[in-house]
Design a protein around this ligand. Structure first.
Ligand code: KDG
Length: 321
């Protein structure tokens, strides 16, 4: 399948050790960005991918483009030079063990300055599926407007539109603004992905069934995917509900686990695997990514997924060194 992803990539400065950021003095420089993580994950699982973003005309922008090129992503539509390349710092495992926080330097970035004229309509040629998340409309008004236009163009061309609500509270701290910023995309999605934290942010103090019912009222799709972290994942398809448990692994760096889930779930689902199988591959990819540093580096290919899953069922017996 041909996939188009849209979103911001940043330079990630990830401490080598866990602990408070103010005492971190050794960092590894990586590249990450939620939507790009998903697209790279899908590329590793065999799908042709194009990515639309913007970066600064600087060394860090070049680093981001070469990362995408190395993953066989088509970077020819990327805009260079409309602002600076953003950076963020990660705080790992502190103060809540196993949890991660981020410190962004992204306001006014190259991507947040994009306008609809920066999008070459040829980007939609031969695309089957477009992936977007709630981070992009939250970055700036022009990002939100550009993305709305892109969704409309994709719809005209009958491209399947996948939307992950993917709320970053640092970008959308107010629940009403969060809901109004995301409602166009929630409504238009052909596949809608969300998480427990996102539902709690936009529909606080309700039980899960009530939250899902509210979401159903806002969207045209009958396919909602719910990421439940340690509890696994669920799909609501019409009146049916499918659920699979997560895998128990040591958390090294939780960033990117949800993106890895999306990549493996979507890659499996669009190539005809059942909903249950797709959920299992999604959970396996999330578990693999959570067990190693970085968002992009540990994203699995099919062989990695099969090795992980066969270890879950057969243990050491099937591992040959
Ligand atoms: O999904 C992991 C990402 O959230 C993170 O690494 C960076 O894209 C990012 C963001 O906007 O927080």
């Amino acid at each position: 399948m041909n996939i188009l992803g849209i979103g911001e990539l940043m330079i990630q400065l990830n401490p080598v050790n866990k602990g408070p950021l103010k005492h971190a003095n050794m960092f590894e420089r990586r590249v990450a960005g939620s939507e790009a993580n998903v697209i790279i994950g899908m590329s590793r699982l065999g799908h042709n991918s194009t990515f639309f973003t913007a970066v600064g005309d600087d060394e860090l922008g070049e680093c981001i483009i070469s990362t995408l090129n190395a993953e066989r992503i088509n970077t020819s539509f990327i805009k260079v030079g409309s602002g600076f390349t953003p950076i963020y710092f990660v705080e790992r495992g502190y103060p809540v063990p196993g949890k991660t926080d981020v410190l962004y330097y992204r306001k006014g970035s190259a991507f947040s300055n994009i306008v609809s004229n920066d999008v070459d309509p040829k980007i939609f040629n031969q695309v089957d599926l477009m992936f977007v998340s709630g981070i992009t409309p939250a970055l700036s008004e022009s990002c939100c407007l550009t993305l709305k236009n892109m969704v409309e163009m994709a719809k005209e061309k009958r491209i399947k539109f996948v939307f992950d609500t993917n709320i970053r509270k640092k970008l959308l701290p107010d629940k009403d603004i969060a809901l109004s910023t995301l409602s166009f995309f929630i409504q238009a999605a052909d596949i809608l992905i969300t998480g427990m934290g996102d539902l709690e942010h936009i529909f606080p103090n309700l039980n899960l069934d009530e939250q899902i019912n509210h979401l159903r009222d806002l969207t045209i799709t009958d396919l909602i995917v719910l990421k439940m972290g340690k509890e696994g994942a669920r799909v609501y398809k019409g009146k049916e509900v499918f659920e699979t448990k997560s895998f128990n692994v040591e958390v090294v760096d939780e960033l990117g686990a949800g993106d890895a889930f999306d990549a493996a779930f979507l890659a499996s689902f669009v190539e005809g695997k059942t909903i249950e199988e797709s959920l299992i591959y999604g959970n396996a990819a999330g578990a693999i990514v959570i067990s190693a540093l970085g968002d992009i580096e540990p994203l699995p290919n099919w062989r990695d997924l099969e090795t992980f899953l066969s270890f879950q069922t057969s243990g050491e017996k099937k591992l040959i060194r």
